[in-house]
Design a protein. Sequence first.
Lengths: 364, 332
Amino acid sequence: MTELSKSGAAVGGPTTASPSTAFLEVRDLKVHFPTDDGLVKSVDGLSFKLEKGKTLGIVGESGSGKSVTSLGIMGLHTAGQYGKRKAQISGEIWLDGTELLSADPDHVRKLRGRHMAMIFQDPLSALHPYYTIGQQIVEAYRIHHNVDKKTARRRAVEMLDRVGIPQPDKRVDSYPHEFSGGMRQRAMIAMSLVNNPELLIADEPTTALDVTVQAQILDLIRDLQKEFGSAVVIITHDLGVVAELADDILVMYGGRCVERGPAEKVFYEPRHPYTWGLLGSMPRLDREQQERLIPVKGSPPSLINVPSGCAFNPRCPYADVPKDNATRTVRPELTEVGSRHWAACHMSQEQRERIWTEEIAPKL
Amino acid sequence: MLAYLIRRLFAAAVMLVVIILVVFGIFFLVPKWAGVDIATSFVGKQADPAAVEAVRVKLGLNDPIYAQVWEFFKGIFAGRTYAAGGDVTHCAAPCFGYSFRTEQAIWPVLTDRFPVTLGLALGAAVLWLIFGVAAGVLSALKRGSLWDRGAMVIALSGVSLPIYFTGMIALSVFAFSLKWFDAEYVPLSENFGSWFGGMILPWITLAFLYAAMYARITRATMLEILGEDYIRTARAKGLREQTVIGKHAMRSTMTPILTMLGMDLGALIGGAVLTESTFNLPGLGREVLTAIKTQDLPIILGVVLITSLAVLIANLVVDILYAVIDPRVRLA
């Protein structure tokens, strides 16, 4: 990693803040897209840290900015945006001592695939239909390793074997359409991990798969993480997935973080009404009896005209609990509600604790 | 892949037989049902009824339909003999009959005209592929730029301006005023340089029209492909942008272009009527135009068959290339 840090230093870090000591640190990330209808603030001030060997789960509903965040870290908003109005990105993304947003794009390109890799949601559309699985893995390996095709092919077979594809030396020559959905996702994972990346971003890795295969894929990601010691960001709208994998959980709503903390805290002592809503709408098999699932009423906020004050206020059943009307005028900032646990809500700690223990938790 | 190939070849052979039957039907049976007498149109309206009857016998027009179809079919593959009393003519295979106007055998006429049209079509195709696809890709990559808008305006004019207009302008400016090129057609077998010089303007004129269409389709396809997930994956691997475009995106962009190319080439080889007429090239298109004016049925029939054959072959080649490019096609 010294090589990475050195070349990172050569292209110049940020001028304002101090370099990050965490393996991955995102500071005040904003990703805005200019459109004809106005500025879409997909991500509007997001910060988090992640160490190697740890897993961060980013949860939130569609349009909350999860995927935009991950593509932002990978630098894929700026690569190859032909003629479209460019995404406006600000903030800092530190990966192992290098600030990525101010770095030379070609340097970031070399990090992509090598030091940070991504697993996409739908492996059928994310794999090129005209190339064999082997060709695609070999290509991913050879961009970053100066080896001949034979060596790279051996590596591809080894990776396919590692992710549990039967007869890898035969299937390496198959095309994506000849694989089943679960196999394709395994192949996708093999391709992402072929260079032993230190950071793995999994963007809804199991959404396109059926439940049994989901569990296998999650096990696979966990095993591989243990083996390679990578940092993993797992993006999902499925709390069950993060419950399985994540050390920390970050809940996003309307492009901002509303709650962040260790997984068990967020699950057992959540301090934001939106998190309560997510938990209430999650089906659970570990409880005897369950009445109806409780949906979060309303629809996600417009990212062009974000509601003033707390973005969640139009849907929040407790919007009127704080008496000062602050929910509708002042945007709440993240405040510490426990050790390494933050939430952004206008209600007082005591109010939230009481509502959670008395009203929400018993119904779950 | 082999199974796919055999299936395609078989389908093409069946198609060829069907085409021959349909064409025969259109040209010999439909006039009969419509009450137009082919023998009269051959001999002339004020002819002696005995002469008309002799022709009718010789062409076999009195035979039952299935016999006529069979004779026609046989003629193409094995040759046929026309006989009326003592007047016997043997027509060697492939026999498409004789011109009603010049009494020449059709096949030599076709083989004489065909290379002219083929040269025109292939040369133009090379030009329009290079310029059309390049312009389309550049426009897609620079979407919304001055280049993109300019190229698309030119492409629109290319699509809308007819060949006889652009051809005339090209001729009057480059051949007659500037005298850069000859307006004279010289067969390839006589002199390569003169042939090439004479073909430049027809090539450019024809290619302009098609390059415009290809630029538009390339741009649209490329823009669509650039939004595909697997392009994002390619970038996520850390590939250079030129590899992402040149390899991953281009390969997918090729498929619709190839489909168009097959159809266009096939159709053009059957006769680029307007281009050949404008530039006075003795190709199939001009030949068929004359034949239609003089109601020379056998010539029209021959050209139609050649055209169908060309479209068939072009499509066969495209189907095979398609399977080479897109592995999913091999299953179909």
